[in-house]
Structure formats: structure tokens, C-alpha cells
Design a protein. Structure first.
Ligand code: GLP
Length: 240
């Protein structure tokens, strides 16, 4: 595990964008696993700037980690909408090569099965980008999720619902379920890059980097992956 400590959010974003750009240059047909949340916002901005300077993203395929159950792709807080607004609509990735689970499918179990299948058909994920929840969740895999889980419907924990309430008008509007890639799905990526900033992530980062490896701290599983880079600002690294 390679831990990179930087000064602040901007430096974290630059470092992660640099790693992703290197991947895209080395393999223009990369399959990227993408994350949402506030952590990667500036990374997407930097990638859009890179595209505006002439970089071609038309060979990429992307798989997002998760989506809220119950939110349509047009819902302003859906992760599909987030990805369109912050990244996809500003670059030349082919829309049909951008995968985000559907939160409004009639058969969520089938949606999960097809998602796993699509990842396999694409040849697996070359580089998975991750944020981390304050309870150390990755994707929406909450504490207690088995390490052998694949894409599935998950219940969000109280703390995650509270953390994410800032994006909704009232806490009642925050969905209580999501479709999330599983821990095993994430661990099958060839390379993983996790980013975190701010003191509210310090405990989760300690658990991910130095804690006991246990499903109670989902990100601790990353200690078992052969190629992980963790990019954190000083506040998030303060317990290391
Ligand atoms: C959300 C997402 C995660 C994300 C995490 C952190 O619940 N499902 O993929 O990494 O929370 O979010 P943020 O970056 O906004 O702190």
C-alpha cells in the first residue's frame, strides 16, 4: 500500500488526476471504476481540463460504484446525474460506455447480476477510484459487509444517511438503500486509488491503512490488495 500525504484538497485532487491521466495515456481503452461524493469533484474538473487541452477519452469504459435505490437517472441527487454534470457531459466518453447501476429498475437483483456481467464483459476494471465514508465504507459497503460480496442491494447505515443528508432538503428524502459494487468486485480491480480529505475521515483512514483487517472496517480490506495508492491530505492523515 502506497500512502501519499499532501497538503490539502487541491493537492489531493491533482495527485489523483495525475495517476488517472497516466493510466489513460498508458491504456487509452482503460476500464475505469469511478466514485461520486465531494472527494472526487475536483479530480473530474481536472480531467475535463485535460480533455479540453486535447486528450481523447473516446476509448474509455467506466463503471460507477453505486447508485441510490429509488432515484431515477434524472433526479438531481442521483449518482448518474452527478456523473453527467461533473464529468461525462464535458468529455468525449461514449455515453453507451458509461455504466451506473439503475436505481429504479423493476428487478434490482437482476440489475446487480447484469452489472457484474458487464464488468466482466468489459475485461474487468483496470483502475478503481474510491472515496471513503466516515465509517470506512467503500462504495456503499457498510461495516459488516462480507469481503466476498459482489454487486448487491444494500441498506445504508444511519451514519451514512446523516452524512449524505447535506445533499437533500430533508433527512427523510435521503434514500435508505442503494445498489453497490461489492467488496469483492472492488478488490478485483487491477489497481485501486483511494482519496480522502479532512479530519472527519482520519479515523477511517487509520482503519484502512493501519487497523485490523475486518469487515467492520470495510476499507481495511484494501491492505490485502497488491496495488493500492491512498492519497490523503494532512487532516485525513492525522491519526497515521
Ligand atoms: C458516499 C459514496 C461513497 C463515497 C463516500 C464519501 O456515501 N457512496 O462512494 O466515497 O460517501 O463521500 P464524500 O466524498 O462526499 O465524503
Amino acid at each position: 500500500m502506497n500512502v501519499v500525504v499532501v497538503n490539502n484538497f487541491d493537492r489531493m485532487s491533482e495527485e489523483v488526476a495525475k495517476i488517472m491521466i497516466k493510466q489513460i495515456i498508458q491504456k487509452p481503452k482503460s476500464v475505469l471504476g469511478l466514485a461520486t461524493g465531494s472527494s472526487p469533484l475536483r479530480v473530474y474538473k481536472l480531467l475535463v481540463e485535460y480533455h479540453n487541452r486535447g486528450a481523447d477519452f473516446s476509448g474509455l469504459t467506466t463503471f460507477n460504484l453505486d447508485e441510490y435505490v429509488g432515484l431515477s437517472k434524472e433526479h438531481p441527487q442521483s449518482y448518474r446525474q452527478y456523473m453527467n454534470e461533473n464529468f461525462f457531459s464535458h468529455v468525449n466518453i461514449k455515453p453507451e460506455n458509461t455504466f451506473v447501476p439503475s436505481g429504479v429498475t423493476e428487478d434490482p437483483e437482476e440489475e446487480c447480476r447484469l452489472y457484474e456481467q458487464s464488468i466482466k464483459q468489459a475485461g474487468g476494471i483496470d483502475m478503481q477510484i474510491l472515496g471513503i465514508g466516515s465509517n470506512a465504507h467503500i462504495g456503499f459497503n457498510e461495516p459488516g459487509t462480507p469481503f466476498d460480496s459482489i454487486t448487491q442491494v444494500v441498506d445504508l447505515s444511519e451514519s451514512t444517511i446523516k452524512d449524505n443528508a447535506r445533499f437533500f432538503d430533508t433527512i427523510e428524502e435521503v434514500p435508505t438503500k442503494a445498489i453497490s459494487m461489492g467488496i469483492k468486485t472492488i478488490m478485483q480491480a487491477k489497481e485501486i486509488v483511494l482519496m480522502a480529505n479532512g479530519g472527519s475521515k482520519a479515523k477511517a483512514i487509520y482503519g484502512a491503512v493501519m487497523g485490523r483487517i475486518t469487515p467492520e472496517v470495510p476499507a481495511s480490506v484494501l491492505q490485502l490488495h497488491p496495488s493500492v495508492t491512498i492519497v490523503v491530505d494532512q487532516a485525513a492523515a492525522s491519526k497515521l
